[in-house]
Design a protein around this ligand. Structure first.
Ligand code: ATP
Length: 482
C-alpha cells in the first residue's frame, strides 16, 4: 500500500528528526522519539507558541501542571464515563477498527461517487447512533452498509463495544483499584483545577487566559499515521476565561488569531481552512477545527471550542469547593459573582511538527555546476523554526582558513544555533544543510584573508553573495525572528 506520508517518514529518519520509539526492539506502535534536529525544531515550535501566548498577550499566563492528577478529576470532566470510541474486531483477521471511522469512510466514498444524499443520510444515522450510544445499532449499520475487513474481506464482526482511551496505572506501593490513576488524556484539566490558584496569584482580571504545554496520553485504536495520531503526544492549550454571554466574541477572536499564527510560522493560507462543527459535544456551544492539508488530506490540526462553564462547574460540584470569580466592573452587586465561561484553543505539537515538516520538504528544478538540469531537495522552513540557523565552513583545511572559520563560529554561536564543519566538499556540505533546513551557509576562502568578507549561500535560492564578517550577525538576526 502506498503511504503518502512515506517521503516525510524517510526524510525524518534519515536526517535525525523522528525515529520509531525503541526501534532496536522493533519499535512501539504510535510512539516516536525525536532526534537531534527534531528536538530543536520541536523546541522552536513550543517557543514561538509560548511567546505568542504569554509574551504577546499580557493577560495570558503560563502554568506547568503534573501529568498525574487526582482520579476524581476525570470523573468530573466526564472522561471516565465517556472518553471512548466504539470499537469492533473482525473475527477472521483479528483486526481492530473504530466503527465511526469505518462508517465515515463509507460516507466519503458515497460523496466521492456523487451520491451526496446517501452520504448525508449515513452521516446522520451515524450521528444519531453515536449520541444514544447504541452499539448494536452501529453493528447493524456496519453490516447493512456491507463494510468488509480490509485484511480478510469478510464482514464477520464481533459485538461493538466502547473502548476508553485513557491509560491507567497505580500510585503508591499497593496495587488495588483504589490506587488507580490515569495518565492525562489532555492538558486542559490541569488548567481548570488550578483556576482559583492562578487567578489569585497572577492578579488577572477577566477576560484572561492560562496556557500550558505538556504531554498527553491516549490509547488510540487507529494508530497508523506517523506522528499525526500518537499514543504519547504533546499538546499546547490555552483556556481563556470570559464573562458569560461574551464567549462568542472571544470565540471569533481566537479562531482568527490562531489562523494568523499558523500562517505567520509559514503554513500557506491555501492549505488551511476552518471546519465548523455542526454536531457539538454536550458541553460546547460552538466549536471549530482549523484543518491543514497534510499529505493524507485536509485533517484537524487545532481545535477552538467554546466550552461554557461546564468544566469549572463540574469541578466545583465534585470537589465541593467554591470556584467563582468576583467581577468588580459589574454595577449590579447581585450579578458580580459568576462561574466564568471558557474558550479554548488546543493544538497538538507533534501534529504541528508534521504540518511544518511536510509543508517544508521541497523538491525544485535547478542546474548543477556543469549547467545540467537536476532536482534539488531542501527543507524550506521558516528560519525562526530551523533547527540550526547557520553553518560555517572553511573552503580548505589549510592556509589558516579553519582558524578564521572557527573564529566566526565562536562568535555566532552565542546568539544562534550554529554548526561548524571542515570535513567534506563544499557542495556536499551545502546539500546536508539543505536537508535539515539551515537557512545560511558561510564559507571562508582566500579572499577572506584579504578583505574580511565571506561567501553567504542562501538555502532557498542557492544564491551566493559576499558579506563582511562584521555584518553577519545583523544579517542572520533579521531573518530568524518572526
Ligand atoms: P482527533 O479527532 O483527530 O482524534 P480530537 O478531536 O480528539 O482529535 P482534541 O481532543 O480536540 O482532538 O485535541 C486537541 C488537539 O490535540 C488536536 O487538534 C490534535 O492536534 C491533538 N491531538 C489529539 N489527539 C492526538 C494524538 N493521538 N496524537 C497527536 N496529536 C493529537
Amino acid at each position: 500500500l502506498d503511504n503518502p506520508l512515506q517521503p516525510i517518514i524517510s526524510h525524518a529518519k534519515e536526517y535525525g528528526f523522528i525515529f520509531p520509539s525503541s526501534e532496536i526492539y522493533g519499535g512501539l506502535q504510535a510512539v516516536y522519539d525525536y532526534g537531534s534536529n527534531g528536538a530543536e525544531l520541536k523546541k522552536n515550535l513550543k517557543e514561538v507558541w509560548w511567546k505568542a501566548m504569554t509574551q504577546f498577550n499580557q493577560n495570558v499566563v503560563g502554568i506547568d501542571a503534573a501529568i498525574f492528577m487526582h482520579p476524581t478529576t476525570w470523573k468530573a470532566s466526564g472522561h471516565v464515563d465517556s472518553f471512548s470510541d466504539p470499537m469492533v474486531d473482525n473475527k477472521d483477521s483479528n483486526k481492530r477498527y473504530r466503527v465511526d471511522v469505518l462508517l465515515e469512510d463509507k460516507a466519503n466514498e458515497y460523496r466521492k461517487a456523487g451520491d451526496t444524499a446517501k452520504a448525508g443520510a449515513l452521516e446522520q444515522e451515524l450521528g444519531r447512533l453515536m449520541d444514544v450510544e447504541d452499539m448494536d445499532g452501529l453493528r447493524e449499520l456496519l453490516i447493512s452498509e456491507g463494510i468488509k475487513c480490509a485484511i480478510s474481506g469478510t464482514d464477520n464482526w464481533t459485538e461493538v463495544r466502547q473502548f476508553n482511551l485513557m491509560f491507567s496505572t497505580e500510585i503508591g506501593s499497593v496495587a488495588d483499584e483504589s490506587n488507580k490513576i490515569y495518565l492525562r488524556p489532555e492538558t486542559a484539566q490541569g488548567i481548570f483545577v488550578n483556576f482559583m490558584n492562578v487567578q489569585k496569584t497572577s492578579r488577572q482580571q477577566i477576560p484572561f487566559g492560562i496556557a500550558q504545554i505538556g504531554k498527553a496520553f491516549r490509547n488510540e485504536i487507529v494508530a497508523r499515521q506517523f506522528v499525526f495520531r500518537m499514543r504519547e503526544f504533546e499538546q499546547m492549550e490555552m483556556q481563556y476565561f470570559v464573562r458569560p454571554g461574551e464567549e462568542m466574541q472571544w470565540y471569533d477572536h481566537w479562531k482568527e488569531t490562531r489562523m494568523k499564527f499558523l500562517q505567520a510560522i509559514g503554513l500557506p493560507a491555501e492549505k488551511l481552512r476552518y471546519h465548523d462543527h455542526i454536531k457539538l459535544a454536550h458541553y460546547a456551544n460552538a466549536a471549530a477545527d482549523i484543518e491543514f492539508e497534510f499529505p493524507i488530506g485536509f485533517k484537524e490540526l487545532e481545535g477552538i471550542h467554546s466550552r461554557t462553564d461546564f468544566d469549572l462547574s463540574k469541578h466545583a460540584e465534585f470537589s465541593k469547593t467554591k470556584i467563582q470569580y468576583v467581577d468588580d466592573t459589574i454595577e449590579d452587586k447581585d450579578k458580580r459573582k459568576y462561574i466564568p465561561y471558557v474558550v479554548e484553543t488546543s493544538i497538538g505539537l507533534d501534529r504541528l511538527f508534521l504540518a511544518v515538516l511536510s509543508n517544508s520538504l521541497t523538491t525544485a528544478e535547478g542546474i548543477d555546476a556543469k549547467g545540467n538540469a537536476k532536482t534539488r531537495t531542501f527543507l524550506k522552513i521558516h528560519p525562526a523554526l530551523a533547527p540550526n540557523k547557520v553553518a560555517v565552513f572553511p573552503l580548505l583545511r589549510k592556509d589558516g582558513l579553519p582558524e578564521i572559520a572557527k573564529g566566526i563560529f565562536n562568535d555566532l554561536r552565542h546568539d544562534f544555533k550554529t554548526i561548524y564543519e571542515e570535513r567534506g566538499a563544499i557542495g556536499k556540505l551545502y546539500t546536508r544543510q539543505d536537508m535539515i533546513g539551515t537557512p545560511f551557509c558561510i564559507t571562508v576562502d582566500h579572499q577572506t584573508k584579504e578583505d574580511n568578507t565571506v561567501t553567504v549561500r542562501e538555502r532557498d535560492t542557492t544564491e551566493q553573495k559576499r558579506v563582511k564578517i562584521e555584518d553577519l550577525h545583523a544579517m542572520i538576526n533579521k531573518e530568524v525572528s518572526l
